[in-house]
Design a protein around this ligand. Sequence first.
Ligand SMILES: [Zn+2]
Length: 233
Amino acid sequence: MSYVEKLLKYQEEDEKLLKVERELSNSPERKNLVQAVNFVTKATEKLEALDGKALSLEATFKELDEKYAEVAETLAEFDNLEELLEGGADISFYKKNISQITDKLKSLKQDIAALNKAIKESNEEFQNLYAKNRTMQKQGKEFQETYEKLKAEKRKESEIIKVELSKLAQDIAPEVMQRYQMKRSERIFPILCPAKDGRCSKCGYELSLAGKEKLSSGGVVECDNCHRFVYKG
Ligand SMILES: [Zn+2]
């Protein structure tokens, strides 16, 4: 068997391994698991952010609440207004003051109501997301188990093919095998392809003159474009 034939036989067997690998990576079992993990990761980040937001809203609420109490207290000072007026105080001055303070209180009350609404909404968002996240975490565990089962099955299939591959590799020069495996890890497949009209049959790139010569003497050249091994077809 020629060196190209040996490599082609190896590649044929290797394609079976690739198929098993792809079946696992494209499986709905893996897709489900990845989706669940992504959801939980994002939801956890969002929950943390909402938690931080809740703290800052509460702090603002406390500030406004204190300010409201403070302003309300100022207003209480005018309770003895009658006495003050009897004492000859200027009524227009107090009227103006009271109206200003009342306006301030009104505006503070509005701010507090808006803040309360924001706190309530943020809290609801947190609760909803928390519940969803819990459900997804549980589901994710189930997905993980199903995926692990499939993975174990595929591993068994792979092991059988790998035994066959290592037998075939014994007939191939180690440096050639090494280059083959390198391309395999770069997700190039098929790694070997025949030449067609002096071009790589996979990507159509023209081979160099030296490359063409090497092919006619039974050698293998690397395509300058897609880096596959090209042999005489
Ligand atoms: Zn090519």
